[in-house]
Design a protein around this ligand. Sequence first.
Ligand code: HEM
Length: 501
Amino acid sequence: MITVDFLNCFILIFLCFFSLLCYYLFFKKPKHGFNLPPSPPSLPIIGHLHLLLSVLPHKAFQKISSRYGPLLHLRIFNVPLCLVSSASVAYEIFRTHDVNVSSRGVRTLENSLFFGHETFAGAPFGDYFKFAKKLLVMNLLGTQALERSRGICADEIERFYARLMDKARKKESVEIGKEAMVLTNNIISKLLIGRSCSEENGEAEKVRESVIKTMSVLKKVFFSNMFGKTLKKVGVSLFEKEIRRACSRFDELLERHLKEHEEKPEKHSVTDMMDVLLAASRDENADYKITKTHIKLLMVELFLGGTDSPAKLIQWAMAEIINKPNTLERLRQEMDSVVGKTRLIQETDLPRLPYLQAVVKETLRLHPPAPLLIRMFEEECKVGGFSIPEKTTLVVNAYVVMRDPNLWQDPDEFKPERFLAEQEEEREKVLKFLPFGSGRRGCPGANLGYIFVEIGVGMMVQCFDWIIKGDETVKMEETVAGLSLTMAHPIICTLLPRTEF
Ligand code: HEM
């Protein structure tokens, strides 16, 4: 008798759960009578979280969109998400609703350098953002400012060549990603603080380590921050030690350089970005009163942006080039005819090297360092005829857009030639090439990024043959390190000099 009661009870509970599940999966209607975009079946409480549990979030999102469509409404716990996976929807959003999606919806974390105050990338589209962006464009990242950086690039590319030549002579193996990071970190350091960090006392190595550690902490905090207050708290307490360690590493370095800049301005003759920001902080008539914390945060963000993404891209480009002898040959022909064999490539050569530019663009298309663009719909609006509620997180899967077979012929093939035939305006018209994002919050460092990568790859191709152990091809598997798309297997090779200067 007892057994039968237990069985009935069990069946009843099971039926309750089952009906609840069916209700959530098939019958639950959105609140407010909103005409939301389509939504895949979700689970109670966690929503669509189970569909996103992957080391490669862009691939998990790709799987969902290929099954359910290019504009979707998802829910992670109680956080609404709008997933966009087509160029036409991205175009509509960035052209019609750009201001509405010009914030990232990042909340602040108390008592922490990175998250306790306004960062630049996380700042809402308001007074601080507009003021800082103007300073950046005028003094660091705009076309005229870039001309001033020419000398720095020339010096650093020479040092890069000398370092690789030394390793080639000693027959030491070289990890391309690490070497690329030394190059990008040295250039950005000179632009930001007037000098590259010293290799002798280990400062440079510490900064590069800090970049890697900070990127990994950023990802954890970013995602816990994104998914609501409760998770934010859990995330912050789980990663508190890591966050503080990452903050204090940069904090010490920046404090030291701030002091140096304030006390001995005569020590560096060229005005660097730190000088510009310090002057702005002292300017009584400035449109916005920036603080030392703003300066430190912006410096960290520029250190990260200027070091990590271009270095990752150099590594992906070299992987594609090493695996494709035809691409290498065509690049060398272009390089030999434009630059010759008696001098090192210069930044001023770049406009006359269209194939090199196309190789870099094709690398950006297939291996964008930031495969997901994340913003927030501040206000309710209509996209593709559907209603998007206010405070919905927008995720544009740039990775999928740039491999869309309807827009790109042989989308998974590395074919730089496609960028020679097509005009920039054609791509802009449909917004199918968006490795730097788009609109007001698109990457302000795109021009500088192109220079770092083109000059780095150009020198590596011009001056050395790259031999992979056992004559194997480079493995192209992806992983996500920090927030950026990375090669799962670092490229390690030996170098044979082609030319000597
Ligand atoms: C190959 C190199 C690079 C790639 C692929 C890249 C990509 C991106 C992407 C996709 C975004 C987000 C854009 C969006 O939401 O629409 C971004 C933002 C940003 N990038 Fe880059 N970036 C690169 C180089 C740089 C460099 C060299 C710097 C500066 C020195 C930089 C500084 C920034 C900053 C400050 C933001 C935040 C912009 C904002 O919130 O308004 N990036 N980048």
